[in-house]
Design a protein around this ligand. Structure first.
Ligand code: AGP
Length: 612
């Protein structure tokens, strides 16, 4: 997915857009571009580069003295069609050069339209789907820009969050949304439009989220929203509940390390007001489900991707242990590929930090179509999945800028635990058990802090294994998803090939890969399967593989058995994945740092994958 931003107002639009692109760069960063409007004469300056926004800034500075302007659009790209080159960077121009488009999404029928336009003599200069949009708008242009955009978009199939600017329409931007997020910052005398609030919040906290099918026309007089057929549309503004500092590094070297250390606070915010000690249960009003509706749920399905999927796997154990409700975990894409069975009593949980992941959004729409109860578990307020699900539970973990997800995972598990308590208390979970569980949840911030306090020791252990090229992470029960998450963190941050495996599974083949050069991280805190996992460690040591054990502090059965030990504080098994994964986050972070990797924006990745 990509980041797009547009500005209309009295400030130097080039500076506003470049600054906004830097805040959006975590969404995609393989090429970038900007278009500025010359208000003295009908002319656009378009500057595009392969590489990051800083390279674009250098090139713009060299060319911008040509004119300063109050209107501009910018784009930072995560390549889908065409390599990350200057020619494929956005914004893309129409043949006359009078119309430019910056786009986030995928146009499914672009090839058909491209061939039609080529048949009319239009020459294309890029491999992208987006360029088709610029030519199509020009094809329909008869003097009124919004109308030309609306007519062109009615021919498109696929997803877009896009912005259009024309040399012939000073101080005007036309923006449209279908499947890719667009947020509009409403300020006095100026408008900032972007893919997400991180590029808007420094200007205003009053924002409007466009819905699919909306067309926004912005001029120096303000904004108007219509449908593609020019019918008026009303959208309410909402107030952003965090400040610009939340997306600054705050003295940390990387956003990721900041967000790892924010977890005690993030967990406090996730839990705040939701532990109901009077009823030994939890309060999750966003679910909009009273006791009868809760009792009607006879099956849970979880749809998610990546780290969110692994949080959902912890949720499976929570729901089946504490509510007795059968729970299925599906890769979100499977909801479209394999037509899962969804019944009246099915409750689908869509877990997504960004709330914009295309595969998860597709699963939400599929389940809504089949009449299931759908709950969104998202971090970004007002995100597409949250709005289309219509109900659910926000993480309140604060913005997560580092592409590798950290505090979202631990807050997701905390939310799932609270949901399990709520659902359990509408079934067989006793008040005493409920009380014990919410007491344990209230300890989460201190448990997280206890692990963070060991960062130096964990960094020292990480340094020993920073040169490995392969690694395994093992766990069972609640710790199996933790093993998968630890492997994902190491993979995406350090580019080491790491595999998460069920501890019992290693001996069924993968153990053939163990050598003295293949470290094995084993997660074995006090838990039901610990003794069997310790036996698995013996199997690894018999093949001379170095073993790093993540165990409960004071564990004596591990002494002399492994090469390194990371201790996590005593806690109940149902929440042990949280301190264990925080230890894995620090382990992966320090290995990546030792290897000199680009930590906040690892190669090939993007923060939210809004393409299928
Ligand atoms: C996690 O570190 C990855 N960046 C990725 O797996 C991510 O969790 C996945 O793309 C899902 O994102 P979401 O939670 O925003 O839907």
């Amino acid at each position: 997915m990509c980041g797009i931003i547009g500005y209309v107002g009295p400030q130097d639009a080039g500076k506003v857009v470049i600054s906004g692109l830097k805040r959006l760069e975590y969404r995609g960063y393989d090429s970038a571009g900007i278009a500025l409007q010359n208000v003295q004469q009908p002319e656009l300056l378009v500057v595009r580069t392969a590489g990051k926004v800083t390279e674009l800034e250098i090139e713009l500075d060299a060319r911008q003295p040509l004119f300063s302007t109050g209107t501009a659009i910018g784009h930072t790209r995560w390549a889908t069609h065409g390599e990350p080159t200057r020619e494929n960077a956005h914004p893309h121009s129409s043949s006359s050069g009078n119309i430019v488009v910056a786009h986030n999404g995928i146009i499914d029928n672009y090839l058909v339209i491209k061939q039609l336009l080529q048949g009319q003599g239009i020459e294309f200069t890029s491999e992208t789907d987006t360029e088709v949009i610029a030519h199509l708008i020009e094809h329909y242009y008869e003097g009124e820009l919004s109308e030309a955009v609306g007519r062109a978009l009615q021919q498109l199939e696929g997803t877009y969050g896009l912005m259009v600017m024309s040399a012939l329409h000073p101080n005007m931007l036309v923006t449209a949304r279908n499947g890719s997020p667009i947020v509009v910052g409403i300020c006095d005398g100026e408008t900032v439009i972007a893919s997400d609030v991180s590029a808007v919040v420094s200007h205003t906290k009053q924002v409007i989220y466009l819905d699919d099918g909306d067309l926004l026309t912005t001029t120096s007089d303000g904004v108007s929203i219509t449908s593609l057929r020019n019918l008026p549309v009303a959208r309410d503004a909402i107030e952003i509940d965090w400040d610009i500092e939340a997306i600054e590094k705050g003295g940390f070297e990387h956003f990721m390390r900041k967000e790892i250390h924010e977890q005690p606070t993030a967990l406090q915010n996730t839990l705040r007001g939701r532990l109901d000690f009077s009823s030994s249960s939890t309060k999750l009003s966003g679910m909009q489900m009273g006791p009868t509706k809760l009792a009607d749920i006879d099956r849970i399905m979880v749809a998610a991707c990546g780290t969110s999927l692994y949080a959902g796997m912890v949720g499976k154990h929570l729901f089946e242990d504490f509510t007795g409700i059968p729970t299925d975990i599906l890769h979100a894409a499977e909801f479209r590929d394999h037509n899962p069975i969804v019944q009246r009593g099915t409750c689908m949980l869509a877990i997504s930090q960004s709330g914009e992941t295309a595969d998860t959004l597709g699963a939400v729409r599929e389940c809504l179509r089949k009449g299931a109860q759908v709950l969104g578990i998202c971090n970004v307020v007002g995100s597409t999945i949250a709005r289309e699900a219509g109900k659910g539970v926000y993480l309140h973990a604060g913005p997560e800028i580092g592409v590798a997800s950290t505090k979202a995972f631990t807050s997701q598990v905390a939310v799932l635990a609270m949901m399990a308590i709520l659902l359990g208390r509408s079934r067989r979970l006793s008040a005493d058990s409920g009380q014990r569980m919410i007491d344990e949840l209230s300890r989460l911030p201190e448990l997280a802090q206890a692990v963070l306090d060991q960062e130096d020791e964990i960094a020292g252990i990480a340094a020993k294994y920073a040169r490995a090229e392969h690694a395994f992470f093992l766990g069972r029960g609640y710790m199996y998803p933790a093993a998968l998450e630890g492997a994902l963190k190491l993979k995406e941050l350090s580019y080491i090939h790491a595999e998460g495996y069920h501890a019992a599974e290693l001996k069924h083949g993968p153990i053939a890969l163990l050598t003295e050069q293949v470290p094995v991280i084993v997660i074995a805190p006090d838990s039901s399967g610990k003794s069997r996992t310790l036996a698995n460690i013996q199997e690894c040591k018999a093949r001379k593989a170095p073993v790093i054990a993540i165990v409960t502090e004071g564990e004596r059965d591990i002494n002399g058995l492994v090469d390194d030990v990371i201790s996590i504080p005593h806690c109940e098994e149902f929440i042990a994945a949280i301190p264990a994964v925080i230890a894995e986050q620090l382990f992966a972070y320090h290995i990546a740092r030792e290897r000199g990797c680009e930590i906040d924006q690892p190669r090939n990745l993007a923060k939210a994958v809004t393409v299928e």
